[in-house]
Design a protein around this ligand. Structure first.
Ligand code: ATP
Ligand code: MG
Length: 457
């Protein structure tokens, strides 16, 4: 072990004596620097400390900084109870039903502050699959650590002396490039099946490998995803696909048998090995990644329009060819059916499903290039998104789409769309992930935490 033990600062004392002696990595033994922590997070940590509470930065913030990445957001764990947190900060909202979380606003940042969770006991209400339903007991730093999902997500940055506190071997896993669940993997996945999705996403984000025992149970437990409320899955799916690792995440989810439970129609299209459908999804996800890298906006409406397009197009064809429906009728019915089927798994809010359907319904109108109709289409409020989707169809090699996109580019008086960029090799073509391949990404603009309920069990 490279990390050295350092004594814990004397006051304030943690409630309860730790059963497991944690490793403390002193500030001069780790690279997490205050200059890389957001000003709002530091303010929250200092305020909690000055009010006599324990306060730590934890989770993705510590993990990503240790990996040399820019954290998406910062989470704080504290001994202060939610009402005490609320009293300390002017702009603070308590959210969550099963477990109260404080969202503290500092300028344009929202810092999630959670009170130490108590240990899992038999008194926790569970459903028949083992999923935890009630959870409202507070605990100590130690009990909080063992409630977290992966060892590298249970590293605590102590605002008193800037040391990192490690109860679960996270520093070793960090060094080894390994993502490992804390405790018995099967039990932990049963407590909260979303951890299976987090495993794939976080491993890809860090270019880490899943520990064997963390990976092994996923396939046979994957059906447990069906127990998760569709609204929570929507949030998770956005984190998975509105990401720079979107395509690797899709491949990872398919490899572990998870994808079919999220987007069954998309999985079916990919399983059919239709090269155009595969290319469309690949380009859509790679375009998303490129837009995120360039700090351009991305929308779930476009993402889902692409994900469900192969199923939608296939359904239209069937309704026209086999059942003799007129194309506009077939389009409306196909959209209805595909969306209804998808909503059973993932609750796509109307503010995204409606524009998604509009992107679809505008596609046939690109065939009509004459006079007034073309002008009307150009003036349509959703023209740009629909046009981008046409470009995507062209990139994917849909017959005639590239040529149409070219015509509409000129009709807008702009540059024709670029020829499809060569796609990077898939994960399957690459060597197994190693920590040496981690990217460095630091500084730049910070993104705000989305307003929906985050993580948690
Ligand atoms: P990112 O912010 O990059 O998505 P993250 O690990 O910070 O990754 P959050 O959803 O912000 O993810 O969660 C913050 C922390 O809360 C995690 O690092 C982990 O310690 C804990 N956590 C989140 N979800 C779970 C879960 N399902 N089970 C146990 N602990 C969790
Ligand atoms: Mg986070």
């Amino acid at each position: 072990m490279d990390w050295q033990r350092a004594p814990a600062p004397a006051a304030p004392e943690s409630k309860g004596t730790p059963i497991t002696e944690p490793l403390r990595i002193a500030r001069d033994q780790h690279p997490v620097s205050r200059s890389n922590i957001s000003p709002g997070t530091l303010k929250v940590l200092y305020s909690l400390r000055d009010a006599g509470h324990e306060a730590y930065m934890v989770g993705g913030g510590v993990r990503d900084l240790l990996a040399g990445l820019r954290p998406k957001d910062f989470d704080v764990a504290t001994s202060a109870h939610p009402e005490e947190v609320k009293r300390l900060f002017r702009s603070c909202r308590l959210v969550g039903r099963r477990f109260l979380i404080a969202h503290v606003r500092m300028g344009d940042e929202i810092i999630e502050v959670t009170t130490f969770r108590g240990p899992i006991t038999d008194s926790h209400e569970r459903d028949e699959t083992g999923r935890i339903l009630s959870d409202n007991i507070y605990g100590t730093l130690e009990s909080d650590a063992f409630r977290r999902d992966f060892t590298i997500n249970a590293l605590y940055y102590d605002i008193r002396d800037f040391a990192i506190v490690d109860f679960a071997g996270g520093m070793d896993d960090m060094r080894l490039g390994r993502l490992r669940l804390i405790g018995d993997p099967e039990l932990r996945y049963r407590e909260d099946p979303v951890r299976m999705l987090r495993a794939v996403r976080i491993a890809n984000k860090l270019r880490f490998a899943l520990a064997d025992d963390t990976a092994a149970p996923i396939r046979h437990l994957s059906p447990l995803l069906r127990e998760i409320p569709p609204a929570r899955l929507f949030d998770e799916v956005l984190k998975i696909f509105l990401s720079r690792d979107a395509w690797a995440n899709l491949e990872g989810l398919r490899r572990h048998g998870l994808f079919i439970h999220l987007l069954p129609l998309t999985d079916e299209a990919l399983e059919a090995d239709d090269p155009v459908a595969t290319a469309l999804l690949r380009h859509a996800l790679e375009n998303t990644a490129a837009r995120l890298a360039a700090d351009q906006p991305v929308t779930p409406a476009f993402l889902f329009a692409a994900m469900l397009w192969p199923a939608y197009a296939k359904r239209i064809e069937l309704l026209v060819r086999k059942q003799g429906h007129a194309p506009p009728v077939a389009q409306a019915q196909a959209a209805e059916e595909v969306v209804a089927h998808q909503q059973l798994r993932i609750a796509i809010p109307k503010r995204f499903s409606l524009p998604m359907r509009e992107i679809w319904s505008l596609q046939p109108r690109f065939d009509n290039r004459r006079g007034a109709r073309a002008k009307r289409l150009l003036a349509h409020p959703r023209f740009r998104a629909a046009y981008d989707f046409l470009v995507l169809r062209g990139q994917a090699g849909e017959p005639g789409a590239a040529e149409l996109a070219h015509w509409w580019a000129q009709a807008q008086g702009g540059e024709p769309p670029p020829p499809p960029a060569p796609l990077p090799p898939t994960a399957a073509d690459e060597a197994p992930a190693s920590p040496a391949k981690r990217r460095r990404r630091r500084g730049g603009r910070r993104r705000r935490k989305p307003s929906g309920p985050e993580g948690g069990e």
